[in-house]
Design a protein around this ligand. Structure first.
Ligand SMILES: O=CC(=O)O
Length: 345
């Protein structure tokens, strides 16, 4: 094994890359399979003399473990200082990278790569489902079909079709644009968007274009449903709160979040649901994951998912492929393919 770089693999059961490519991987790298039970154990194993003491790369293509352990954050600030000096590359599944302290990772001279586009379809399809849910409240209707048919009679009088309604997308990046295209194509929704700047290229990919608004507050009075598809940053923390809900049209503002839970002030959302300013919501993400606010759980106007939008067999397969592209490119050329930071070689 001497001479081969140590690569720590956090894998999923979706082994999309198999056959010759996987065999080559084992020829080229000393593959170590992550099996820690806690973050403390992870730190311990990276100490001199430990099994992870010489890792040159970490490749994360799967959950760390099922259950609450899946929420261990191996790239967070308190862990980065425990990385061995040999570590030069992190390849991590997913689109958002707010769970990693990329600034501190960069200061340590380590490349950090995400897997852009690997999950665009999966997340955009989830958003489309949640848009329909926020208007038609089908999850509650399903509950009625299972347990109390007659309660669905009232529901049928409350729900509204999204056809032709105005959709406001916060963040017209890859995912936001895919959501807008699907909503336009399937429900003829009129697209509005907000972000740091106008995006004429993205606008031109929509059949009827899109209306840009500089701020969320400017956009809300024009829309029937808002979808959050922007990265979570200091600026987007509590992007939706009481002030924004107060700006809703009198017919109300449907709310869909496929980005990060902390972009919504959940207490304000609960109040807006009670007052009718928000007649329906679809949330894939939550402020305190893996917990879900009990008041949202109790509200039949809200469709709740457990941050599953990004996860499909298709996405996990793409994650693995892109991670391995990054690993191989880094060891071939010194530069990975999809880094979010830049390290001078
Ligand atoms: O939420 C999931 C991701 O950012 O990939």
């Amino acid at each position: 094994m001497a001479g081969k770089p140590d690569v720590l693999l956090i894998e999923s059961s979706v082994q999309a890359v198999d056959g010759p490519r996987r065999a080559k991987l084992a020829e080229r790298f000393n593959l170590i399979y992550y099996d820690c039970e806690s973050i403390e154990q992870f730190k311990e194993r990276m100490k001199p003399g430990g099994p992870y003491a010489n890792i040159a790369a970490i490749v994360r293509s799967g959950w760390l473990k099922a259950g609450p352990l899946a929420y261990i954050r191996p790239f967070a600030t308190d862990v980065v200082s425990h990385y061995p000096p040999s570590l030069k590359l992190i390849c991590c599944n997913g689109h958002g990278h707010d769970a990693a302290d990329v600034e501190t990772i960069s200061a340590r001279g380590i490349w950090y790569c995400n897997t852009p586009d690997a999950c665009t379809e999966a997340v955009a399809n989830t958003a489309l489902f949640l848009i329909l849910e926020s208007f038609r409240l089908f999850s509650y209707a399903q509950w009625c079909a299972r347990y109390d048919w007659m309660q669905s009679r009232e529901l049928g009088l409350l729900s509204v079709d999204p056809t032709g309604k105005a959709l406001g997308v916060v963040g017209l990046g890859d995912i936001g644009l895919a959501v807008a295209q699907k909503a336009e194509a399937s429900c003829s929704m009129k697209i509005h968007y907000q972000g740091p700047r106008r995006k004429p290229d993205a606008e031109s990919k929509l059949r009827s274009g899109a209306t840009y608004h500089q701020t969320v507050d400017d956009m809300i009075p024009h829309i029937d449903c808002i979808v959050l598809a922007a990265p979570y940053t200091k600026e987007t923390h509590h992007l939706l709160g009481s002030r924004q809900f107060a700006l809703a049209k009198k017919e109300g503002l449907r709310v869909v979040n496929i980005a990060r839970g902390q972009m919504i002030d959940e207490d304000a959302l609960i109040e807006a649901l009670a007052s009718g300013r928000v007649p329906g919501a679809g949330l894939d993400v939550h402020a305190n994951e893996p917990g879900v606010n009990p008041k949202l759980k109790d509200n039949w106007r809200v469709t709740l998912l457990p941050h599953i939008g990004v996860c499909s067999h298709t996405s996990w397969a793409n994650f693995e492929k892109i991670n391995l592209d990054n690993l191989e490119a880094f060891f071939d050329t010194g530069t990975p393919v999809t880094p979010v930071n830049k390290i001078s070689n």
